[in-house]
Design a protein around this ligand. Structure first.
Ligand code: 13P
Ligand code: SF4
Length: 333
């Protein structure tokens, strides 16, 4: 399997593979929708073919903007489901439907429905990293780039909140907005591993480095951040800040774009364990790594691995998703 670092393809093999996929994309009027965490080869291919490389909110927006009939979503399953809910008339394929997310896993819809029923006086705000069935139970869906703004808006209207699924992002939003929030106790297997102690040790080595942190990280790590934000916000910060060195507490796939946008700067993945442990930088999402050039070609050839969402779930889940899209349009017309 072609994982994050060991992409064992010669330049010639890579070029041949790119050419085959480019022809298939044209033939099927398909576009690549890639997350910043997928392998750099896939990000490069999406850029070269008029697709998109972005955060989960940008990915959600793209379906509306493209004339492609088929979207190849390279990321994890909730991203494919979001694309289907917002574009039910389009065919949504993924390299593999087995690409999951721990935040989606840890919030089964029946249990979440019970939690909502027990607290029915609260507005239900769910993270985009959830199943379509959980989104169907929500008043609002948010991604990390818009979560604080949406909850602040609800708090100003006097609303109390149920939040799912990431507990660290939930407590960060709570701290930023002062909102009354009940938090579902989910976590991301990648971000929960970042260690404040390891970052402090790195800061000793690179005292002028800026620390960029995704808010799915533990509070002690967030406290050390110069900038906290979604993947696209961290990428923007890496371009804007004058620092030469950055310690980056999010999945390592993002380093490709950061380095591409700022070739003269130095990017270091934040440590995920203290001294003495076997793994000092394990910030790889195992599910994002399931997206490969071979599986992209395979899904284009076979049409298998199609994302299907039951129409009755689409009918409900589209409401909180569109609310998020409209909210963002008002913020950035
Ligand atoms: P973004 O919305 O920042 O792209 O994050 C998605 C994600 O899965 C983070 O782990
Ligand atoms: Fe899910 Fe974490 Fe992977 Fe993002 S990095 S897709 S939150 S498991």
């Amino acid at each position: 399997m072609e994982l994050h670092s060991p992409a064992i393809l010669s330049q010639e093999q890579k070029a041949e593979c790119f050419n085959r996929i480019k022809s298939l994309l044209k033939e099927k009027n398909a576009a690549l929708v890639a997350h910043f965490y997928v392998h750099s080869n896939i990000q490069q291919l999406a850029d070269e073919t008029g697709g998109i490389v972005g955060d989960s909110l940008d990915m959600a927006y793209f379906g509306n903007k493209t004339s492609a009939n088929t979207l190849i979503v390279t990321g994890v399953r909730f991203m494919g489901e979001t694309a289907k809910i917002l574009n039910p008339e389009k065919q949504i394929l993924m390299p593999t439907l087995a690409a999951e997310c721990s935040l989606d896993f840890c919030c089964p819809a029946p249990e979440f429905a019970k939690f909502c029923k027990e607290n029915s006086e609260r507005k239900v705000v769910v993270y985009a990293n959830t199943s379509a069935a959980v989104k169907a139970l929500a008043d609002w869906v948010v991604t990390s780039s818009i979560a604080v703004d949406v909850v602040r808006h609800l708090h100003e209207q006097g609303e109390k909140i149920i939040w799912a699924t990431d507990r660290y992002l939930g407590s960060y939003i709570q701290q930023q907005t002062g909102a009354d929030m009940l938090l579902w106790q989910g976590s991301c297997v990648v971000h929960e591993k970042f260690k404040a102690k390891g970052i402090l040790q790195l800061k000793n080595l690179y005292p002028d480095a800026a620390v960029l942190v995704h808010p799915e990280s533990p509070p002690a790590v967030i406290e050390l951040a110069d900038v906290v934000g979604s993947t696209s916000q961290l990428l923007a910060a890496s371009q804007k800040l004058a620092n030469d060195t950055f310690i980056v507490a999010t999945e390592t796939g993002i380093l490709y774009k950061m380095q591409q946008k700022s070739p003269h700067k130095n990017f270091i993945t934040a440590p995920t364990s203290g001294t003495g442990a076997t793994c000092k930088s394990c910030a790889n999402c195992p599910w994002m790594a399931m997206n490969t050039l071979a599986s992209i070609e395979g899904c284009l050839l076979t049409g298998k691995e199609e994302v299907l969402v039951p129409p009755k779930i689409i009918k409900k889940a589209i409401i909180p998703l569109q609310r998020m899209m409209e909210f963002r349009s008002k913020m950035t017309p």
